[in-house]
Design a protein around this ligand. Structure first.
Ligand SMILES: Cc1ncc(COP(=O)(O)O)c(C=O)c1O
Length: 392
């Protein structure tokens, strides 16, 4: 007989069929049975649903959705993008190993590479994301266990030549891990280009509504996925079921959201380039993008992403004035929501760098980062024009 304290769905409702959306299994634990005990004995409990830090059906529903977007065999959900990145790197690296990593990465990833991994005995060698020859040289010289970069860098919007860097990594027995947060699987699926692991902040375009912090790690190699899953369990970076539901629901509209946001971003990049007050516009759709040609064709052949970086005449002072005058776009850090967000790296995503360090990684004064949402290109272009024209 079932214990009186356990939930029995059959007692509460009469539905014979499956729900269209996954229920939120807001439970830490599940009744144990012989199958669960056998899995705990056999694999350490990796496969059965018995404790939510290991497995939870709502979290698995979200993971399946990420895997589907990448056309991959397996994704894991994590508590945040940083949990995805840190858990993956610590799984793949040992004391004495080397990682060759891009210089153009998200600020907290930079801290992980500069401070936390060296403290664990890992040597970190940095190269410019877009310098394919430098990747090849550094990888051949240092024979890293892991090569790490962002497919589309934050906020320079430079591309990494994923097929070339993957080939270099594999030639020395290393693995390529890429952060695909900015590009998203709508614009590129790095596993198909040779990457071994994709890490993403699902907080951004995947979940897409600025209402949940989450991360994802995606693989085509089940053995590798299991290694990372084991570390995720011991490090405890599991995603909460309610957050997983929000991520799952956000991903149901991923394609339509991204199609619209990428289209609007391209229009903004085209129309604002000649605006008085704008020194430069960076978006991979533009012919003056420094990676235009073979690299963009190889890595992002279709839509070019929903992030736009504008460099304004008048530097950071002007950008701060522009931010305060925006009426449609919201002055906030983060990205990937249905609302357009505008931010400045120097006081948010890259506050931990000196001005000189920011210059060295390609973040000049006056850079305004836009995460384009769903308000429509006309409203956004008008908003940016009025804010820019009233400053400077
Ligand atoms: C490119 C990139 N990777 C990773 C992260 C970290 O994601 P999270 O905030 O979900 O931990 C961010 C956050 O902004 C990011 O922009």
């Amino acid at each position: 007989m079932a214990p009186q304290n356990a939930y029995r769905p059959g007692r509460d409702h009469t539905s014979r069929t499956y729900p269209v959306v996954p229920p939120i299994y807001q439970t830490t634990t599940f009744e144990l049975d012989d199958i669960a005990y056998a899995d705990i004995q056999g694999t350490g409990g990796l496969h059965e649903t018995w404790y939510s830090r290991f497995n939870n059906p709502t979290v698995e529903a979200a993971a399946a959705e990420v895997a589907r977007l990448h056309r991959s065999s397996r994704s894991l959900m994590t508590a945040s993008g940083m949990a995805a990145i840190a858990t993956t790197l610590v799984t793949l690296l040992r004391n004495g190993d080397t990682v060759v990593a891009s210089r153009q990465v998200y600020g907290d990833t930079d801290d992980l590479l500069d401070r936390d991994l060296p403290a664990l005995g890992v040597t970190v060698v940095r190269v410019d994301a877009f310098d394919t020859a430098a990747w090849a040289r550094a990888v051949a010289e240092h024979r890293p266990a892991v090569v790490y970069g962002e497919t589309l860098s934050n906020p320079q919007l430079r591309l990494m030549d994923v097929p070339a860097v993957a080939a270099a990594a594999h030639a020395v027995g290393g693995r390529l891990v890429v952060d695909n947060t900015f590009a998203t699987p709508f614009c590129t699926r790095p596993l198909e280009l040779g990457a071994d692991v994709v890490v993403e902040s699902a907080t951004k375009f995947l979940a897409g509504h600025s209402d949940v912090i989450a991360g994802a790690v995606t693989f085509d190699d089940d053995a590798l996925a299991e290694q990372v899953q084991r570390r995720l369990i011991t490090f405890g970076g599991c995603l909460d079921p309610h957050a997983a539901f929000l991520a799952w629901r956000g991903m149901r509209t991923f394609g339509v959201r991204l199609a619209e946001a990428c289209r609007a971003a391209e229009a903004i990049a085209a129309k604002l380039a000649d605006e008085p007050g704008v020194e430069h516009v960076r978006h991979p759709s533009r012919l003056d993008h420094p990676d235009a040609g073979a690299v963009i064709e190889a890595v992002m052949p279709g839509p070019k992403g929903a992030m736009v970086s504008l460099v304004l005449k008048g530097g950071d002072e002007r950008v701060l004035q522009v931010l305060r005058r925006l009426e449609v776009a919201v002055e906030a850090t983060s990205l990937g929501g249905v609302e357009t967000l505008a931010s400045v790296p120097f006081n948010s995503s890259h506050f931990n760098m000196t001005p000189q360090q920011r210059l060295e990684v390609g973040i000049p004064p006056g850079l305004l980062r836009l995460s384009v949402g769903l308000e429509g290109e006309d409203a956004l272009i008008a908003d940016l024009r009025q804010a820019i024209s009233r400053t400077g």
